[in-house]
Design a binder for this molecule. Structure first.
Ligand code: MRU
Length: 306
């Protein structure tokens, strides 16, 4: 993801076509960047924030209406707080330099939180992850996948089970692709296999990213994370959330205030009526630790995340 040197376009890797095709999309207006976010050319909470920051810089370079650009970008997806966070950071200085710095800072936060998260792994850890919280989702390195990479580098990771993550298969297409590139042993599983594999003792920990973490630690992430958290609690397996501080929403007291995106039912089926909530909220009580660039935060999160 980048803003072209001459500022003519924001260039995004089209994540919808991975891993089969590596194709870039050029966006020449904020409205095109917003469309790319909505249609998930680019997805993942930190990544859509960075894309929006580049969209704001592009708007300023073009001399277009900045307030209108902010509105269209902010409305593109509702759940990840990184989107309004990044737009707010661009307000004082809507320049390419600011957007590129924000991008670099986000990747640096990933590296720092991955190092903290690696402390939660023991030699031989068998992890399970959901959705894609890798470099694709964060502008580089990754949050949950960053933690897996850091653990693997320290020789602590035996293998990763990757939920396929219905309906858009971010796990089966993107996380598996990233783990393959990193040389980390992994196996894709049907989402519904997680409980049975936990019962068989094949999972030591669950690690995910986040789209928005409320002040009390309630965490919105890809639909299915809540189910995993309930299963993990039943099997006394820790679930860890790894996310940068740009994903913390201190203005929202708890998960009931987090907007949950409803996506096109056609992503599930076009043959029957369908319902397609894209995210769910995992109550803080089911999360063993939240790892940010500042360290490993334990409950009660209202205190430890302050
Ligand atoms: O709908 P998506 O693919 O944008 O959902 C992404 C997730 O839920 C990720 O787990 C989350 O954004 C964390 S990315 C570091």
């Amino acid at each position: 993801m980048r803003l072209e040197e001459d500022g003519a376009a924001v260039v995004l890797l089209d994540q919808r076509r991975l891993p089969d095709e590596v194709v870039e999309v050029r966006c020449t207006t904020a409205a095109e960047v917003a469309d790319a976010i909505r249609s998930m050319v680019v997805r993942g909470a930190p990544a859509i924030g960075i894309a929006a920051a580049y969209g704001v810089a592009l708007t300023a370079l073009r001399g277009d209406d900045l307030a209108a650009a902010e509105r269209v970008l902010a409305a593109s997806r509702p759940t990840a707080v990184n989107l309004p966070w990044a737009i707010a950071r661009m307000r004082e200085e809507p320049t390419p330099e600011r957007a590129r710095a924000l991008h670099e800072e986000e990747v640096e936060r990933c590296r720092r939180m991955a190092a903290h998260a690696a402390e939660l792994f023991q030699p031989g850890t068998r992890a399970l992850t959901h959705c894609n919280a890798g470099g694709l989702a964060t502008g580089g390195y990754g949050s949950a996948v960053g933690a897996l990479r850091a653990a693997a580098e320290r020789g602590l990771l035996e293998r990763v089970l990757v939920d396929e993550t219905r309906p858009l298969l971010q796990g089966a297409r993107l996380t598996a692709w990233e783990l393959e590139q990193a040389g980390i042993p992994h196996a894709v599983i049907a989402d519904s296999a997680a409980g049975s594999l936990m019962a068989r003792g094949e999972v030591d920990l669950v690690v995910t990213g986040a789209d928005r973490i409320a002040a009390n630690g309630d965490t919105a992430n890809k639909i299915g994370t809540y189910s995993l958290a309930v299963l993990a609690a039943h099997h006394e397996i820790p679930l860890y959330v790894v996310a940068p501080s740009s994903t913390l929403d201190r203005e929202t007291p708890d998960g009931s205030g987090i907007p949950i995106e409803e996506r096109d039912p056609a992503e599930i089926t076009t043959r029957f009526a369908a319902q397609n909530p894209a995210f769910d909220v995992t109550p803080a009580g089911l999360i063993a630790a939240i790892v940010t660039e500042d360290g490993v935060h334990r409950p009660p999160y209202a205190e430890s995340l302050k």
